[in-house]
Design a binder for this molecule. Structure first.
Ligand code: DX5
Ligand code: ZN
Length: 230
């Protein structure tokens, strides 16, 4: 992996929904790399959040990529709408339907970056035949549905294995759930290079400081793990 670049993707699930546009602008100015948008349907996950209309509404507030995490089943009927709304990365779950490969092809045909996500109970082997089709792999380190949950440590081994599976491919390895300065270091050392953080960013007083703190924790974990493996 390119061991110098770590991306920070604040999840707007923990933002103030009444001021969503301003919140997106604030994390943009605070130095985020992606804006992570959690879409939930009350069916695939036990919570309801936002749809393509809200994605379109926040689009003018940032030029950073909108990283749209689709926790919906089925996903395929909505891919065009999220692409048209301005999503840049569209991520579907392998557990969301029988035809994840078709979903990824559809996302690519819409001119978007295609992501695939795994719930904590899903093994990395489900990615084996998707590696040449995806731009991003999202490992859930909580059971999806809510912000503010505790990091599930068993996922570190999965992250390490997926990093090996990726090899030299240009695929983002993103981690989502329970990320703070401590767990950031652990997932980066395991091979992740994109950190989603909801509560950690939006409950702090200064988004810029929190994002910089996560980046610093990630970078020092990279340096330590490089020294260890050298
Ligand atoms: C969980 C979502 C996450 C979540 C992360 O279902 O996919 O993006 O909001 O929130 P924190 O960082 O608070 O665990
Ligand atoms: Zn998410």
């Amino acid at each position: 992996m390119d061991s110098t670049v770590v991306k920070i993707a604040p999840s707007i699930l923990s933002a103030d929904f009444a001021r969503l546009g301003e919140e997106v602008r604030a994390i943009d100015r605070a130095g985020c790399d992606y804006v992570h948008v959690d879409v939930m349907d009350g069916h695939f996950v036990p919570n309801l959040t936002i749809g393509p209309g809200v994605v379109a509404a926040i689009r003018p507030y940032t030029d950073k990529p909108l990283d749209v995490h689709l926790m919906i089943a089925p996903a395929d009927p909505y891919l065009e709408a999220f692409a048209a709304a301005g999503g840049d990365i569209l991520t579907v779950h392998v557990e969301a339907g029988p035809h994840v490969h078709r979903s990824l092809q559809k996302i690519k045909s819409l001119g978007k970056r295609a992501g695939v996500s795994l719930n904590p109970g899903t093994p990395e082997s489900t990615l084996l035949h998707l590696l040449d089709t995806v731009d991003l792999i999202l490992v859930m380190t909580v059971n999806p549905g809510f912000g503010g949950q505790s990091f599930i440590t068993s996922q570190l081994q999965k992250i390490r294995r997926i990093r090996e599976m990726i090899g030299s491919r240009a695929i983002d390895l993103e981690v989502d759930g329970g990320i703070n300065n401590e767990t950031a270091g652990e997932v980066i050392a395991a091979g992740a290079d994109v950190l989603v953080a909801g509560n950690a960013v939006f409950t702090g007083p200064d988004y810029g400081e929190t994002i910089a703190g996560l980046r610093a924790a990630a970078t020092s974990a990279q340096v330590r793990s490089r020294a260890y493996t050298a």
